[in-house]
Design a protein around this ligand. Structure first.
Ligand code: ZN
Length: 102
């Protein structure tokens, strides 16, 4: 997939189908299409923001983490990590968090 932003170009406009876990007005949590872990969930802000540094309104981060917490509770995850990549580590140039386990 030739894109710098898979979320705006394919996920949020439903060009590819993803398995959604939770969706609010501004946040979508779904199963990674090519998981690298047993549990690999992507939590993305629906409005385009390049990365964490570009976030001006911290309410956005609160909303994202509220969704992450709900997903953690629903899946009853005990051991997990939340990863946010930036710069050379960030493949898709749209703010997103990985919720990963094992
Ligand atoms: Zn985007």
């Amino acid at each position: 997939m030739e894109t710098e932003d898979i979320y705006c170009d394919f996920v949020l406009n439903n060009k590819i189908e993803v398995k959604k876990l939770k969706e609010t007005e501004n946040v979508l949590a779904f199963y990674h299409t090519k998981p690298s872990y047993k549990t690999h969930i992507v939590v993305v802000h629906k409005i385009h923001i390049d990365n964490l540094v570009a976030v001006e309104d911290l309410e956005i981060i609160k909303e994202i983490f509220a969704v992450i917490k709900e997903v953690v509770r629903e899946l009853d995850l005990k051991d997990f990590r939340i990863v946010n990549n930036n710069g050379k580590y960030q493949d898709s140039k749209h703010l997103h968090f990985h919720l990963i386990s094992e």
